[in-house]
Ligand binder design. Structure first.
Ligand SMILES: [Zn+2]
Length: 1050
């Protein structure tokens, strides 16, 4: 293994950064650890954030500011109450109707009839009416980016907006330039402080001497199923460090545990740092620090879902903190210094799901967080220095002044803020909704817009080549649009248009007054022009009949086409020209490699990436785009508030690494349906239909920007997701959708020595589909600690895994797949080594981890076996690229299922411990370890991989399950391909269907169900997800642990 880490991921290499990135650091010397200290000299190059703000408040310096008790006596309503001014702001706790936060939405966004996709019952079922959050969970969105470029980027980046449309872009940024604050300095390249990455991976193959007595492994307990699959894994992986030659069963240790040594708590709670100890410890159980010997502990998974750690804050503050599904940090205790962070070898970063719709969340625990307060105010209170929005974590110095929790400036409380519209009382500014809610939405006054908010504009760009027509996708799209035309988010201004293309481009005149749609063909694709610009994007309500006519006739219009060429590039150029005056959403459907005109591509897939190939590739080529055409066009789109969503439906190689750029840099989404065919792949058709419905009806925000601020001393290092980076802390999102996730790597530029806590604030400014300018603000507050023990105690293993996954994707692109894999392994080694060396006070044998990180090696192994990073033969390039897209743009919740699926036994479901949601009883089986050991032949098991569900039925499965749930008389009667459970009127059937429906409706994409038996072709896919087992090209979990142990003890 070569030495490598994650350092160079910043900016992900030249071709992926859109311009001189905020992370201009190239490839680090390859001897650094994941969190290695900055290189000598490197600090000198750190851009400063400009002179510290010198406002009056700031000069009150670093006094650790005790957080204002929410109801401090000093703040009680001053006597002037009588002079209560008229309420300038109105505060609506819940916009009237359940579906729309904008308060105007009439279209129920919850698709009524899609049982799988987002079953409506749930929304309504939710006991506490979560009325006003936005309505959608995240779908598989696009390709992620590490992008980052100041608008001045020369060359590639030259973000169009800088030159082309100065006004729109800059004007929309939510902040009038602050007088002195650091946010005005944002164009300085952000430097990566923590050179995460490159530690020389000590991959030696010798077992370290004497540190541990490895547990004895016995092979006697192999269940029959395991033996049965043994033949599937013939070759031991090359990198194994154990003696070779064992057959699979012998590699599957039974984890025989010697009598457990007495539990040690080497770092009892009393050793927590004073700052932590001073805070309430209620929320941080010492369980997080329980020492676990991974080599001995067999059952790692908790009975229920893995929950994020609770920040160690005083309870009154924690109660107000942002919901972890919206905003969380890899470390819920922030290290005081970068040096301390480097020592912990853990990545510091944020995971965001900023436009998440909590209204569909059925879980009551979330309901607490899920009402979105909406405030209308002519004066949104913000820090005069850094422009932070007032939030629950500011301090009221006295009745008339508040201290910013990000830059520490003391600001005046505006007169109108003294009045509380909720309680209708005067003089208690700390009771205002802005100070009581970590997530809040403002309806923005006119100063937040430079042009009138744009209408909702939707343009559909459809591939109608022979190949496309043959897949039958066009009928599905047209029908879905016909069905959902009235549910497209928008108002009376909503516009719609269509372009189709093969080797030529076809426009459709839908102008009011025509008796039928008029097709206009432009065959000169080298110099595309728009034939009748005014009649191609039309008002939906005025021209609805023509639109319906077109949708009804489109599938037939091309049914006999023999045109095989695809001029996608020119079609995109035309679409951009059409949309650029307004901005809007471009939905592109493509079924093959573009072959003519600008942006044409050639097949690049290596033979080893074809499914027929047996040998695993050592390295994967062509992860980088073949042309910068799509990226440049995406930047033009972004500059004109146009986002491009790409639906790729193809059995052949389409070069997703090139095409994906169009969505990645324009803040769009990518959907991928490999081998889509209406007849041959009914499951994909079902998924495509459900996804489309969700896509067409989910909430959307236009001409959006998102700024992330953090307490002075912390800074942003790299962004992950689909967007264009406008400046160090500002992302352009031409569209924002409720299903998009983002990740942000952070660094500690200045020591946080005098701070007890720090805050992060994400502000998303967007135009709603009803034409309102709105700002959604999320604020997260976390404690600062000064000991490694405390840092480890607050580690959020899922967030860490997700951030590392994004970093590894960048690494693949900037360096190589092998480098990325090494870096992932090193992340696990470094972290556990640091824990052993610096936190454990009593050395003991074994591979030790704190309980809060016990799943870390397992998750890292899961990533190594994930389609994005695996080295096995037959991994298609586009599939790999798509998985990489997902890793960078899925919200954490769904991402974790894609990384580490959930496995349940389902032939013996009971109501014990079941959830009861609006009169439905939903069984909650225990999650099992992902090993073939768990699959017993006499049972049936459900594996939830996020986008796919596998129901594996054992050969000796009970007849009751076969007849009562599957509706077949015997195992052999079970069809090889089955994608639906029969609706039988039995308790067993209802239980399983309730469970599957519940799993499906909690996510924004539609997972397909495959019922499989031993003879099914899909069985291999199921087995590939059993990540604890040895596979053709990767270690078993136990072997992986041994490898880590060797490296750590070396
Ligand atoms: Zn401030």
């Amino acid at each position: 293994m070569s030495s490598s880490g994650f350092a160079s991921q910043n900016g992900a290499g030249g071709s992926y950064t859109n311009g001189p990135s905020q992370n201009p650091v190239g490839v680090y010397p390859s001897a650094q650890g994941l969190m290695a200290p900055p290189l000598p000299g490197y600090m000198n190059s750190l851009p400063t954030k400009g002179p510290p703000p010198t406002g009056p408040g700031f000069s009150s310096r670093n006094q650790p500011s005790p957080v204002a008790p929410p109801a401090s006596p000093g703040l009680r309503a001053p006597p002037q109450a009588s002079s209560t001014p008229p309420p300038i702001s109105s505060y609506s706790q819940h916009p009237p109707q359940p579906s729309g936060w904008s308060g105007v939405t009439s279209a129920p966004l919850a698709p009524p009839a899609a049982p799988g996709l987002r079953a409506p019952p749930q929304a309504s079922a939710t006991p506490p009416p979560i009325s006003s959050y936005s309505q959608h969970p995240p779908p598989p969105s696009g390709w992620s980016g590490v992008t980052s470029a100041p608008p001045t980027a020369p060359g590639l980046g030259a973000p169009p907006q800088a030159s082309a449309t100065p006004p729109p872009i800059n004007s929309y940024s939510q902040h009038p330039p602050p007088p002195s604050g650091w946010s005005g300095v944002t164009s300085a390249p952000v430097a990566p402080p923590a050179a995460p990455g490159l530690r020389a991976p000590p991959v030696g193959n010798h077992v370290s001497g004497g540190t541990s007595t490895p547990p004895v492994f016995q092979n006697t307990m192999q269940p029959p199923a395991a033996l049965q699959h043994a033949a599937l894994y013939p070759a031991p992986p090359p990198q194994m460090t154990r003696p070779m030659g064992s057959s699979y069963p012998s590699l599957q240790p039974a984890y025989h545990s010697p009598p457990a040594p007495p539990q040690l708590h080497p770092q009892p709670v009393s050793q927590l740092s004073p700052s932590l100890a001073a805070l309430s410890l209620q929320s941080q159980p010492p369980e997080a620090l329980r020492v676990v010997n991974l080599l001995q502990e067999r059952r790692l998974l908790p009975p229920g879902p893995v929950t994020p750690p609770t920040p160690c804050l005083p309870q009154d503050l924690q109660k107000l903190n942002c919901c972890p599904e919206v905003f969380r940090c890899t470390l819920t205790s922030i290290p005081q210094t970068q040096a301390l962070l480097n020592k912990a070898k853990l990545p510091l970063g944020l995971l965001l799901h900023p436009f998440k719709d909590l209204s569909e969340e059925p879980i009551t625990a979330l309901a607490l967080h899920s009402q979105l307060p909406v405030v209308t105010s002519s004066n949104i209170v913000r820090c005069r220095s850094c422009r932070t929005y007032i939030n629950p974590f500011v301090t009221f110095v006295d009745a008339r002044r508040w201290k910013c929790n990000l830059c520490h400036r003391v600001n005046d409380v505006p007169e109108e803020f003294m009045y509380n519209p909720v309680s209708r009382s005067y003089g208690a500014p700390h009771k205002r909704p802005e100070v009581q809610n970590a997530t809040i939405e403002f309806i923005a006054p006119s100063e937040y817009m430079l042009r009138p908010p744009q209408p909702a504009v939707y343009l559909f760009v459809l591939d109608v080549s022979h190949n496309a027509v043959e897949t039958g996708y066009l009928e599905v799209v047209c029908q879905s649009l016909l069905d959902n035309l009235d549910s497209l988010p928008g108002d009376t201004r909503t516009k719609i248009g269509f372009i189709t293309f093969d080797s030529t481009i076809h426009f459709y005149n839908l102008q009011e007054g025509l008796s039928q749609p008029q097709m206009l063909i432009v065959s000169d694709i080298d110099d595309v022009f728009i034939p009748t610009p005014d009649s191609l994007l039309v008002n939906l309500s005025e021209c609805k009949e023509l639109v319906q006519d077109l949708l009804a006739s489109l599938p037939q219009m091309f049914s006999r086409t023999m045109e095989t060429q695809s001029g996608l590039g020119p079609a995109l150029q035309a679409a951009f020209k059409l949309l650029s005056p307004t901005g809007g959403r471009m939905s592109v459907f493509q079924t093959q490699l573009p072959t003519v005109g600008i942006g044409a591509l050639r097949p690049r897939e290596e033979p080893s990436q074809k499914p027929s190939q047996k040998a695993a590739p050592k390295e994967v080529q062509h992860l980088n785009p073949a042309t910068d055409f799509y990226k440049k066009l995406a930047l033009d789109c972004s500059g004109h508030h146009v986002a491009v969503d790409l639906f790729l439906l193809s059995a052949q190689y389409c070069d997703l690494s090139s095409l994906g750029c169009i969505s990645r840099y324009s803040a769009g989404s990518v959907y991928y349906y490999p081998s889509y065919h209406k007849q041959h792949s009914p499951a994909q058709t079902e998924r495509f239909q459900k996804d489309l419905k969700r896509y067409l009806t989910r909430k959307i925000g236009f001409e959006a920007v998102m700024r992330i601020r953090c307490t002075k001393g912390l800074s942003i290092h790299t962004f992950h997701g689909n967007f264009f980076v406008r400046s160090t802390d500002l992302l352009s999102l031409a569209n924002v959708n409720p299903d998009a996730g983002f990740a942000v790597q952070m660094s500690i530029e200045e020591n946080l020595l005098d701070l007890q806590m720090v805050s992060f604030q994400a502000a998303l400014l967007y135009t709603s589909s009803k034409g309102e300018r709105r700002i959604r603000v999320h604020t997260l507050c976390l404690p600062v600690v000064n000991s490694l023990t405390d840092i480890f105690a607050g580690a959020d293993v899922q967030a860490i895994t997700a951030l590392l996954a994004s970093m590894a994707v960048d690494r693949c692109v900037s360096a190589s797949l092998g480098d990325a894999r090494d870096a992932l392994i090193n992340a696990a080694i470094d972290t556990l080594a640091s824990y052993r060396a610096s936190v454990l006070s009593i050395q003991q044998p074994g591979l030790l981890a704190p309980a809060c990180l016990r799943l870390f090696p397992l998750y890292i192994l899961a990533l190594l076996k994930h389609k994005a990073f695996r080295t096995s033969a037959g991994s298609r390039l586009d599939e790999r690229l798509f998985c990489m897209c997902q890793l960078k743009s899925q919200p954490l919740l769904y991402l974790m299922l894609m990384i580490h699926p959930s496995l349940y036994r389902v032939d013996d479901l009971s109501d014990e411990g079941a959830l009861n949601i609006s009169e439905r009883t939903i069984p909650q089986p225990r999650a099992l370890q992902l090993s073939v050991e768990q699959l017993s032949r006499d049972g049936a098991f459900l594996m939830d991989c996020g986008t796919v569900l596998y129901l594996w039925v054992g050969r000796s499965c009970s007849p009751v399950f076969l007849t009562q749930v599957l509706g077949v008389e015997s195992y052999t009667a079970l069809p090889l391909l089955m994608n639906q459970l029969p609706e039988l009127d039995t308790a067993e059937s209802s239980r399983l269907r309730a469970l599957i429906d519940w799993l499906r409706e909690r996510r924004p994409f539609h997972p397909v169900l495959h019922v499989i038996r031993d003879e099914s072709p899909l069985k291999a896919e199921l087995l590939q997800n059993l990540i604890e087992d040895l596979s053709e090209s990767a270690l078993s979990y136990y072997e992986f642990l041994l490898h880590l142990q060797q490296q750590i003890c070396k």
